[in-house]
Every structure is written in C-alpha cells, then in structure tokens.
Design a protein around this ligand. Structure first.
Ligand code: ADP
Ligand code: MG
Length: 691
C-alpha cells in the first residue's frame, strides 16, 4: 500500500518545482515530511484587541478603519497606514510594498491585522503585519481556534506553509500515518495515536484547551514530543551498536608499567579516581570497543585517569592516541605525558595542524612504524594521512567539542582496519543527569565526584568595572607576594579578531600600569609556537600575569596562579565561567576569582553571577545553566545537532527522559521501526553525519 512517505509534495495544489525546492531546504519531500513539519508555537488570534489597550511587545489582532496611507521618506522609505478603532490608533508600517497594496489600503477601508506592537514615532506600530482588507466576521468563541506558527525558510511565508499543511491533512483519511509505537505503550501513558496527534497539532479544534496547547502540554503534543525524544535516543543507541559491531583488541594489563607509574606519582589517587580507573580497566580488557565518558569537575584529576588507561594499552603492546580540542590543551597534555611516561621508556609523538614539513613527516613515521606508543595532538590526529601501527585506544579530552559522527569515524582507525579502537572520552563540563541520559545515550559514564584533598575553596566576588583600579592593585599585590594571576578578556558574539584585539589592548594597558610585573598575552591568533612559549613562561613562573581570551577556558593547569579576573562575565554562560574560574584553586594557597562586570546587570545576569558565587560545584552550576539557557548552550554550540528538537523542550519535557530511556532498548530489537523513527524525526541529518 502506498504510504504518505511515498507521495511527493508536488502532488499538492500550488506546489511547483520552485516551491518544492524551497520545501526541500526544510527537509520536506513527501507529504508525510510536510506533516512532520510541526508548528513550534501557537498564536491566539481568536479575539480582537482594542488598540487603546495595547502595550509594547504584545502580539495581537486588531481591527479598524484606514485613516490615511502615506509613503514616507525617513531613513528608509516606507508605507505607513494609520488605522483607528473606537479606542485608539495604530500604524502598520511596510518597508516593502506594492502599488496594489497601496491602492487597496485607501481611506475608509476596513482592515484586520495581526502583529507585534513596537514603539513608533507617533504611537504604536506593527511592522509588516499579516492583514486582511474587508475581513470575514470573526469566528464565534465556540469556533475560534489557535493559529499554528511554523519554522520557515527563505522565500516561504507563514500563511503559505499553513495552507499547505491544511491541504496535506486532507490525505490522512486515506493514508493514515504508520504508528511505530506499541499500542500498549500509548495506552499506558494515555496518549493518542500518531495520525490523530499530527492532525490535532496542525489544526487544533476549538474545543482543545488553549493553555495546554500554548504550553505544549496537550496529550497530542506530548505524544509527538515523546516520539521525538525516543527517536533521538534510538539514533544514539544505533551509533553505539554500529561501533560495537566491530571487535576491539582486548587490552589485558601486562608488565609492571602501571605500578612503576603509580610509584613515581607524587600523590595518591582519590577514591573516585580509583573507581573510574577500575571501570576503564574492566572495559579495556573486553574484545568489544569501550565507549566510556568520564565526567569530572575542573581539577578533579582526569589526566591521571587517562594516563593509566594509556599505560594499560601500552602494556598490551598497543598504541594510544590522545586528542584535545585546542593546541594549548594538547600541548599541555603532551608535556604532562612526557614527564610521566618518558621515564618509563615510552616514546611519544606530537601532531597538531601546525606541525609541518620534516617534523610532521618524522612524527608520522614514528606513528606508522609503532616506535611512538602515544600520539598526542588536536583533531589533526585523524586526518587521512595519519596511519597508525597498532592503535587500540583513543582518548578524547573535552569531548563536548566533538560530535557524535566523529566518534563513528574513529571506528575506522583501529588496528589493521578490522578492529575498532576503544574510546575514552573525558569532559570537564559537568552534564546534568537528564541531559547526559539523552545526549550521551551511546556512552557508558563514570563520574569523578571528588576533588583531590587539600583544595581550598575559591572566593568569588563580583565588582562593577568602575572598581577596575582596585582590581589592578589587587593583581599587583598578589604578584608581589610571588603568586600569579590571569586576566581574561571576553567579547562574545564579536569576531575572534576583535577578541584578540581587546586582549592586546588590555595587555598593553596592564603592562603600563604594572611596570614591575611581567605580563604575557595569549589568544587564538598567535602561532602555535608563540602560544606555547607564552604558556611556558607563565608555567615556569617567568611571567606574573597572563592576559588571555577564553582560549584558556579548559585544562590549563598552573598551580601557582591564585587570582583570576574575568571581564564582562555577564556575557558568558555559567559553565564557561566555572571552567575559567577552575584555572585557579589548584595549589596550596587561597584563591580568588573577580568577576568584573559592566553595570547595569539584567536580573538574569545577576542571578547567574550569584549562582557562581554561591557554589563551586560544577554539577549544581550546570543544572542552573540548563535552566537558564537550555541544552544547546550547555553542551556547547558546535555539536548540538542531537539536541535540536522540533518539538521537545528540554526543561518542559524532562519527565520523558527516563521513560524514553527505559523503552528504547526493547524497540532496538525492531530495526525497521528504529530506522523509520530515526528517518521521521532526524531525517537525512543522520545519514550525512551532521549530528
Ligand atoms: P582535570 O580533571 O581538570 O583535567 P587535572 O588532571 O589537570 O584535572 O588535575 C588537576 C591537578 O590536580 C593537577 O595538577 C594534577 O596533577 C593534580 N592531581 C590529580 N589527581 C590528584 C590527586 N589524587 N591528589 C593530588 N593531586 C592530584
Ligand atoms: Mg583536564
């Protein structure tokens, strides 16, 4: 039987090749695709609002009579249509308009329009409202329905999409949508079938409760939300299945490398570290690829855990690759691992995008012939020309910057091409539990939930930038006492070039005001060798103050630094601030973090800085961040494909996370359903590795 998924949108009236192309941009090819192009909100256009009672920001329907229509010249030419009703006036303003529109909107014409209230020159205005001349009577309260609002792409307007969806609904009687969810499941949660749910969200009946619909809590919407979350979960489990369909080299601990390493270590592992090390050891000894995420707050000591995993692989005669997201971080790992592993007779290779020419060839040769047991670098590690000798373990630090598809790609890099490498993924961004359950369903997780002993709390204070002089004095006195400090310049949403420039200006200013101190400067535009030199100066205590952009956000470890100044903290997310703050508090002495904000702070800004002052617990802060900013921001912007939902809203729908996780494994036993659900909700994104 034909299904809606096989019927092209071009079958709909009014859809020609040009419109079909535009729809394709929204991932819509079939009528079923169109029906899964769901409204993301509703507008209540059921009532006409008196113009006199409007306030700025209101979204409303008004109706009145045209008093006059003028074309005015201002900064931009526009058509200005003044309407009036019994209670007041309103201007409709159009920056693009046709002669036909102008002729229609003549004095005395009756117009109903819908728009958002903005302040204007002489009163309130609607810019480019949807409008009707000589409108039909308003539906009665019993017939009034909400108006769906759809995601758009260039060249398609809201009314067009709305009309197409209405037309598509007409196919549902003959071609119901296939329901992939078991009826018992729907009954358990009292949710409607798929066809009914889709029909309702596109065309909510007047009887449907408005508040539920507006909030997205109607059972029809919740049915779709649940299915969407499930589809995402299934796609991650599928990734896991695909990776673990390959075999891995079981890495049995051999020799005495690990003992020798622990003996030379100047500290004892914490209980939490030991637990995670045990999890990893167990995974690595299996003939299936490990897929483990290690979460640990800043400073919890993840690097040692990575080193121990590496030693297990090396002891088994295999190779290890360690990948970090930035040069600075990779470089730092390289130095740590050198210090730890070279005394044990282990050779390391260094590969970043900036290693070129003979050096690169040498490194590549050592990786290829196996003389280097550990390769450390940025994602340059996984370029085509890097051939491993016996790669059995890949360690990825700060995983939140890498995407799921990169994990899939790693599968191809294993020993001899048939065995897949084990994957150990480490992140310092504490991920709230609910988010971890859905965003990292393909990974097992371990948490290092304990800091090494003797860490002192970091005292965090917020000061307005009018106190900058005092802060500079504070830097002076800290450094005079032999400590070091960071000064972080932030400019969000502007170009990297501007950020670097701002840091340069600040560094010059501070150097002038603090002539006794040696000031270093590090930002993303420096050459790798320059960055490394600046970092080395700071690490060795040669420089006192390091002015930096947010490039130092993760991983940088200089225990003698005990003061960090963060400019414009109100522009950064909480998790990012927490990471930055984690650069201090790594040594014996009391540490301070000064948040130098630019007043006035918004209410939201205030509560974020307060959260940071109240807590040093990364998980608490991450939960707050999730509440305030949503999952995309918490996970970082680059790999949020998985978290871009059509309907689901992380806060509102978190109650589904647990049930969805429980129902997913039994569905995995029906590959056809899994494919269909993933295709329905994630579309082609999955196939092209865009998630
Ligand atoms: P992160 O988890 O942020 O990557 P690191 O691995 O950089 O943390 O460790 C932070 C600092 O703590 C390093 O200087 C490291 O040597 C030290 N450290 C790690 N584990 C312990 C421990 N068990 N006891 C004392 N210090 C430790
Ligand atoms: Mg680290």
């Amino acid at each position: 039987m034909t299904s809606l998924g096989d019927i092209e949108v071009t079958r709909l009236k009014g859809v020609g090749a040009a419109l079909a192309d535009k729809l394709a941009k929204l991932g819509i090819q079939s009528i079923q695709d169109l029906l899964f192009h769901l409204p993301y909100r509703y507008e209540d256009r059921t009532r006409i609002i008196p113009m006199g009672s409007l306030r700025v920001g209101d979204v409303a329907v008004v109706e009145g009579e045209v008093m006059k229509t003028d074309v005015v010249m201002g900064r931009r030419r526009s058509m200005q249509v003044t309407l009036r009703d019994d209670s007041g006036f309103l201007v409709m303003r159009f920056f693009h308009f046709s002669a036909g529109q102008k002729n229609q909107l003549t004095e005395g014409a009756r117009v109903r329009c819908f728009g958002e209230v903005r302040p204007g020159r002489a009163g309130y205005e609607f810019y480019h409202p949807e409008y009707q001349v000589n409108p039909p009577p308003m539906p009665s309260a019993e017939q009034a329905t909400l108006t769906p609002v759809y995601p758009l792409t260039e060249g398609i307007q809201q009314p067009r999409v709305r009309a197409l969806c209405q037309q598509a609904l007409g196919y549902l009687d003959r071609f119901p949508i296939k329901d992939w969810l078991p009826p018992e499941l729907l009954a358990d949660y009292q949710l409607p079938g798929i066809t009914e749910a889709v029909r309702l969200v596109h065309s909510p009946p007047a009887s449907a409760p408005v508040p539920l619909l507006v909030e997205g809590r109607h059972p029809a919407q919740q049915r779709l939300v649940m299915e969407e979350l499930l589809a995402h979960q299934l796609s991650l489990l599928q990734v896991r299945q695909q990776i673990q369909a390959r075999e891995a080299l079981p890495l049995l601990p051999g020799g005495d490398l690990i003992e020798r390493f622990l003996d030379q270590l100047p500290f004892k592992l914490t209980g939490a570290q030991r637990q995670v090390v045990a999890d990893v050891r167990q995974d690595l000894s299996q003939p299936i690829p490990m897929l483990r995420l290690v979460q640990g707050d800043v400073g919890s000591g993840k690097t040692v855990v990575a080193a121990l995993a590496a030693l297990q692989a090396i002891g088994a005669g295999a190779q290890v690759a360690l990948m970090a997201p930035t040069e600075i971080l990779a470089e730092q790992h390289y130095q740590n691992f050198q210090a730890w592993l070279e005394p044990l007779g282990i050779r390391l290779a260094w590969l970043s995008g900036k290693v070129k020419g003979r050096q690169r060839e040498e490194a590549l040769a050592q990786v290829a012939d196996g003389s280097a047991a550990v390769v450390i670098g940025t994602h340059a590690l996984f370029q085509e020309d890097v051939q491993f000798h016996r790669l059995a373990l890949v360690i990825v630090d700060e995983q939140h910057r890498f995407g799921v598809h990169q994990r899939l790609a790693l599968r191809e890099k294993g020993v001899g091409g048939t065995l897949a490498p084990h994957q150990l993924i480490m992140t310092a961004t504490p991920i709230p539990r609910t988010l971890a359950m859905s965003a990292y369903a393909d990974l097992d997780t371990s948490v290092i939930d304990e800091l090494p002993p003797g860490r002192k709390a970091i005292e965090t204070i917020a000061l307005p930038d009018s106190r900058r002089d005092d802060v500079v004095e504070r830097v002076r006195s800290a450094c005079r006492e032999g400590r070091q400090a960071y000064w972080v310049c932030t400019l969000v949403e502007e170009s990297e070039a501007l950020q670097c420039q701002a840091a340069e200006v600040t560094a010059a200013e501070l150097a002038e005001r603090l002539p006794d101190l040696k000031v270093g400067l590090v930002h993303g535009r420096l050459k790798a060798s320059e960055k490394a030199a600046v970092m080395e100066d700071f690490k060795s205590g040669d420089s006192d103050l390091l002015v930096a952009t947010t490039v130092i956000e993760v991983g940088v470890d200089v225990p003698n630094a005990s003061l960090i100044i963060i400019e414009n903290p109100e522009r950064l997310g909480l998790a990012q601030l927490h990471q930055l703050r984690g650069r201090v508090g790594r040594g014996e002495q009391a540490s301070f973090c000064v948040l130098l904000y630019h007043p006035p702070l918004s209410a939201n800004g205030k509560s974020r800085l307060q959260a940071l002052r109240d807590s040093q617990d990364g998980f608490f802060i991450a939960e707050k961040d999730l509440e305030i900013r949503g999952p995309g921001e918490v996970l970082g912007t680059r790999q949020t494909g998985m978290m871009q939902f059509r309907l689901a809203d992380f806060e509102r729908d978190k109650g589904w996370i647990e049930p969805v996780r429980e129902m997913a494994p039994s569905l995995m036993e029906h590959p056809k359903r899994v494919e269909a659900l993933i295709r329905r909700w994630l579309g082609e994104r999955v196939r092209y590795g865009e998630v």
